[in-house]
Design a protein around this ligand. Structure first.
Ligand SMILES: [Zn+2]
Length: 206
């Protein structure tokens, strides 16, 4: 397998060959440049942060390469359908008979950081969990003793997705509104600055 050594990424003061020991991505074009090195002309990018991904032997390593390693994430966990990526072949009970979102088996590629650290470890503080508990009760999804069926579990998983969807919508609207306000403020300030400079010139010219 050809080593990709031509692509360098500058991070801070150090230059890191993030494609050292990499194997080319399937279906990706490689071309030889004038210096003889192979260059990957098409690259995958992370679905969250947008960083350039690579594949090699350094998954999860404490390095730029390890942190930007490609990794696939299922939108809806395979274990909800009775499958396990960690225990291949093992079939457990399905939480969902049919995927509520029509996304069974579908996935996307992310960097190690976004997949393993961000998506797998959402921060839930005590007050967040209290509000989640309130929502579980209000939605009729609480349990006194664990029942044989998993319908309420499925409901709690769907509820958490509803919360994430609503939160994303709310934060996105707020961020866009804030950015628009900042742009307007910045444009107005810039306009005022130009006016003052213009006024100064006209005064100086008298
Ligand atoms: Zn990422």
């Amino acid at each position: 397998m050809a080593r990709l050594t031509a692509l360098l990424e500058r991070t801070g003061n150090e230059t890191v060959d993030i494609f050292q020991n990499c194997r080319p991505l399937s279906g990706r074009a490689l071309s030889r440049h004038g210096d003889g090195n192979l260059m990957m002309t098409k690259t995958e990018t992370c679905g969250v942060c947008g960083c350039r991904l690579h594949r090699g032997r350094d998954y999860a390593a404490a390095s730029v390469a390890g942190r930007s390693h490609a990794t696939r994430h299922h939108y809806v966990a395979e274990r909800f359908f009775g499958r396990s990526a960690n225990r291949r072949g093992e079939i457990r009970g399905r939480v969902f008979v049919r995927c509520p979102w029509g996304a069974e088996g579908k996935s996307q590629v992310f960097c190690y950081e976004c997949h393993e650290l961000v998506l797998h470890n959402p921060v839930l503080l005590p007050e967040d969990l209290k509000r989640l508990r309130d929502l579980v009760i209000l939605s009729g999804l609480s349990e006194r003793t664990k029942p044989a069926h998993v319908r309420k579990l499925a409901g709690r998983i769907e509820l958490l997705h509803d919360i994430i969807e609503a939160g994303l919508g709310a934060v996105l609207r707020r961020r866009r509104r804030d950015n628009t306000r900042l742009e307007r403020t910045g444009a107005a300030a810039s306009h005022r600055k130009r006016s003052v400079v213009g006024a100064g010139r006209s005064t100086a010219g008298r």
